[in-house]
Design a protein around this ligand. Structure first.
Ligand SMILES: [Zn+2]
Length: 284
């Protein structure tokens, strides 16, 4: 089955992951910009990271036949660092105009601070200005209150709700989010929070309309094959092939196609390799 992975941080994954994802059917993905684990020391670190997302990582994914896209933002956690916040916000427009950038994100609440409030509103305004969809992260603590507050800020921004994907939902937040007219994302994790079994129960309850499933795999314990595993679990539970395909391909494609920048076939552009020998070890 063809899979579109709508939320994965490939910069922190290996080529084995790319290989396994391609074998499991992943043909395209979106890599939202986020925190790298180690706090950044200045704006230059963001510049290098954003450049890697639109250049090197795209090339790396292409080696495995996977079409790579990204979303660009100042992530919620580092939105709280006043030392470079203004400088990062100043460089975002430069990236939001580029090919391969299919949205603003991830933005949203981490600890629900006044700085996060302000930055979420600024990112939503950028999404309106650049006519891009936006990926909104919700806090892992105090999930329902944080999600309600997120939806209030989205509404105030005036952005069309169908251009907003509110992510990391669970059983408590799903209906609240869908009722707001935005898309609901579900991250499937290996050990904690949402898993395949719970996702099957949710899909039985909610259907598949405006619902998107992702692995949110990053540098922590996570599994880049969770979308494929969820698809298998849905089929085993009796969902029709077409309905599962809607969840793991049609829905994320429809959402990110609103950027007008989705390219679902891989362009092999060797200029992006920048002299790096990703193919080292290959025999001539
Ligand atoms: Zn993420």
């Amino acid at each position: 089955m063809r899979i579109f992975e709508p939320h994965i941080h490939m910069s922190s994954r290996t080529t084995d992951d790319y290989e396994a994802m391609a074998a499991a059917g992943v043909a395209a993905l979106v890599e939202p910009s986020f925190w790298t684990g180690q706090p950044r020391s200045g704006v230059g670190s963001f510049v290098d990271y954003f450049n890697a997302l639109i250049g090197w990582e795209r090339y790396r994914a292409g080696q495995f036949g996977i079409a790579h896209h990204c979303t660009i933002a100042l992530n919620p956690k580092e939105a709280n660092d006043p030392s470079f916040r203004a400088e990062v916000m100043e460089i975002l427009p430069r990236y939001l105009a580029k090919d391969g950038v299919v949205g603003v994100g991830e933005t949203g609440y981490d600890s629900i601070t006044p700085a996060e409030d302000e930055l979420l509103a600024q990112h939503l305004a950028l999404a309106v200005e650049f006519d891009l969809p936006v990926l909104v992260h919700t806090p892992h603590r105090d999930k329902l209150a944080g999600t309600r507050r997120t939806l209030d800020v989205v509404k105030e921004s005036g952005i069309a709700p169908e251009r907003v994907l509110v992510d990391h939902n669970n059983e408590l937040t799903a209906q609240v989010v869908l009722d707001a007219g935005v898309w609901a994302g579900f991250s499937i994790y290996p050990l904690t929070k949402m898993d395949e079994r719970r996702m099957v129960l949710l899909a039985q309850d909610l259907g598949t309309r405006r619902i998107i499933v992702n692995s949110a795999a990053d540098w922590g314990r996570s599994d880049p094959l969770k979308v494929a595993k969820t698809a298998q679990a849905l089929l085993a539970a009796g969902f029709a092939q077409s309905e599962v395909e809607r969840l793991v391909w049609d829905n994320p494609v429809e959402f990110y196609a609103q950027s007008d920048r989705l390219e679902l076939t891989v362009q092999t552009d060797d200029s992006l390799s920048q002299g790096n020998s990703i193919q080292r070890g290959e025999r001539a």
